[in-house]
Write a protein that binds this ligand. Sequence first.
Ligand code: FAD
Length: 478
Amino acid sequence: MTTGPHSQNAVHIIGAGLAGSEAAWQVASAGIPVVLHEMRPHRMTEAHLTQGLAELVCSNSFRSDDAANNAVGLLHAEMRKLGSLIMRCADANQVPAGGALAVDRNGFSDAVTKALETHPLITIDRAEVEGLPPDDWGNVIVATGPLTSAALADAIRGITDEKALAFFDAIAPIVHFDSIDMSKAWFQSRYDKVGPGGTGADYINCPMDKEQYDNFVDMLITGEKTDFKEWELNTPYFDGCLPIEVMAERGKETLRHGPMKPVGLTNPHDPTVKAYAIVQLRQDNKLGTLYNIVGFQTKLKHGAQTRVFRTIPGLENAEFARLGGLHRNTFLNSPKLLDQQLRLRAQPRLRFAGQMTGCEGYVESASVGLMAGLYAAADAKGEQLSPPPITTALGSLLGHITGGHIETIDSGPRSFQPMNINFGLFPPLVTPPTKKADGTRLRGNEKTVAKKQALSARALADLDVWIAASLPAPAAAA
Ligand SMILES: Cc1cc2nc3c(=O)[nH]c(=O)nc-3n(C[C@H](O)[C@H](O)[C@H](O)COP(=O)(O)OP(=O)(O)OC[C@H]3O[C@@H](n4cnc5c(N)ncnc54)[C@H](O)[C@@H]3O)c2cc1C
């Protein structure tokens, strides 16, 4: 049998980001040759800056490392049990960040690159895959991420029969609370609704009269916008996520009937005067030091944003923790298009991994890469691999991606949205804990903490059983 990377049973992995790098490691660790295709540095994405594999495009945090109390910390622990390269390199390049696992981004990427470049079963091909993989690639993992190159995205769109594959994710600006003038703004929820977990006074409201509103809409329409690149011109927005200036262009009154509607709110500074339009801000962090402007996702240039948003009464001296922006996000309607093993139903030789499958975040992307790698390796060996238990973080995330989403919750054009791992994806405990170790009753928050800890303990125990039953020793090595 040929064992070189170009042998018949080689797995072709497209994209050496978080997911593709982890998948390559898992496949090669199972003794199967891999050809890893990465387009950088010949073609860069809008966010990547280097040619390193597994480059972190934004923050350097893998979030909480607390396996007992936090779902992403649990996912770290499960990946470590499965010999994850991404976790090994993250652990080796950790920088101080409290309970979070943050890494030296260059050290981390260098370590992943070196491990893959020096693996005898891995060949790295620095080239863009510009369309559907050739027919003789029988076992493929597509892990090209949210910024998948246009040629490949178009080809995938062609075989999935989906109206769109790429969307814009828009981000609203965030303001420091202590820079908001509360002598003009006030706290109130619309119709004083308490809502789940609210107080009835959860939003900050900034009132506008007709003249201020008309000027504001004019400034939005004429403000300088970030240009769309050619490939972006035909990329749609999520319907519920239109940039504010795009809404303003649809008609002078559109915003007054949308995010700036003045109903259900009374200005305590001037109770007899009805505001013509109202801008709302919502708490953005637990401390209550940051508020985001609701519905104000935008592609105005940064200078224009500060100028225009400081005309809002109450925000004249606003300091922005983050300005709004837009980035492309390419992901599949996975519950419809992928089977349980992440294979495209229409062409099962193509398996998907990473953010393209509709998970969100570095760790989640790497974890789906890990599972895709295990499945591809099993296929190459002609073996069956059962899915990880649904009680584990890996199993619950996979379950959500491939079948856990209920389309009827939100009947928009695409209701499946990228999701971080969270305990809400896990099946509930059969008998939730009610007592502490000393026999006394759990109270208030103690119950929530105990429940998370019980979910985590169940996950780790069930994963151990699955590993012992399903995986040969090399992949299961810690
Ligand atoms: C701008 C931006 C900021 C983000 N910030 C964060 C953050 O701070 N924290 C967080 O947890 N998550 C963040 N994410 C979300 C997500 O976690 C990351 O995008 C993550 O890198 C996704 O992993 P991936 O492996 O799916 O894709 P990537 O890591 O992007 O890897 C995909 C790889 O495929 C390559 N590629 C693309 N097309 C082709 C092709 N046709 N042929 C060959 N190679 C190709 C790319 O060059 C890239 O190396 C961010 C996403 C974006 C777009």
